[in-house]
Design a protein around this ligand. Structure first.
Ligand code: ZN
Length: 292
């Protein structure tokens, strides 16, 4: 059971070319009053300064895959991001952070997505509260194989915010302002939570659970088909067995051959070409959440 949240770390620029989070954190560093709440201490951080300067996702390796406990303890890791991960981990420990927010953006059409790495009661109540205020919010449960490698995984509680679609190194004012508002609503929630002032409510929370990733069709490692036009930008929409999935360069359609309806996300995410991921498939779930 969670009793009190008092130290919050807010990260932007974990990926240097996702600049919604970078400029939000810069704004908060200049205007700390915006993050002030009666019983919270919020620490804004720019995670990967070198990558931000270079306008790249990372310098040597993806920072958001460097936090596995065995890697943090490994003295032989020498890449820029591997060393950075150790510093960030230390900072989180030293500051006794008990809630973490990690700001990302995506080239996929995922709107305002809150990613939860697990669906404990605290996270579900928080997700319900935020999506009741802002119905555009989608809740994505992503317990990936790499989940302990993520910056978010440094502590038990927190969320990753993923907003899009927005190209890399581009600011979209609407997404910027909506992300900012979610942060304020989240801080208000945590402040009230500490005061035991969350209004009692019941809510049927819809969330999407990632169960599989799909790669592009390839020959000898080279991509031979693209996301089908019917599927492009259709994140969170139902994909039925037999629906078009990819189209080859000769115009031949490749259909989805699963046996149940699924809801793809991260469709055609630019950063995932190197990760052999054309999209993630999710199942739609519902949970009846009661606040008390
Ligand atoms: Zn990212």
């Amino acid at each position: 059971m969670v009793n009190k949240i008092d130290k919050i770390a807010l990260f932007g620029g974990t990926h240097g070319n996702e600049i919604t989070g970078v400029y939000l954190v810069k704004k908060f560093i200049k205007n700390p009053d915006l993050l002030q709440r009666s019983n919270l201490k919020v620490l804004p951080f720019l995670a990967n300064l070198q990558a931000i300067k270079l306008q790249q996702r990372y310098v040597e390796t993806d920072l958001n895959r460097c936090f596995a406990p065995e890697d943090l303890e490994n003295l032989d890791t020498i890449l820029y991001e591997q060393l950075l991960a150790k510093n960030i981990h230390k900072k989180i420990q030293e500051n006794q952070v008990n809630f973490l927010i990690d700001l990302h953006s995506t080239t996929a059409n995922m709107g305002l997505t809150i990613i939860l790495s697990d669906t404990n009661q605290f996270h579900l109540e928080l997700g319900s509260y935020l999506s009741l205020i802002e119905p555009e919010i989608k809740i994505l449960h992503y317990a990936s194989a790499q989940k302990n490698q993520l910056l978010r995984s440094n502590i038990k509680l927190g969320i990753t915010l993923e907003v899009g679609s927005v190209p890399q190194n581009v600011l979209n004012a609407d997404l910027f302002m909506k992300t900012e508002k979610i942060i304020y609503n989240l801080l208000d929630y945590l402040e009230k939570f500490n005061q035991n002032k969350i209004e009692k409510k019941s809510h049927n929370l819809v969330f999407y659970e990632v169960f599989k990733t799909i790669d592009y069709p390839r020959e000898e490692g080279d991509i031979i088909a693209m996301i089908h036009p019917n599927l492009q930008s259709k994140d969170y929409e139902p994909l039925h067995p037999g629906d078009p999935l990819f189209i080859t360069f000769d115009g031949e359609t490749i259909n989805y051959e699963g046996n149940a309806t699924v809801y793809p996300v991260f469709i055609n995410e630019a950063a995932y070409y190197e990760k052999s991921t054309a999209m993630c498939l999710t199942r739609k779930r519902e949970s009846y959440v009661t606040f008390n």
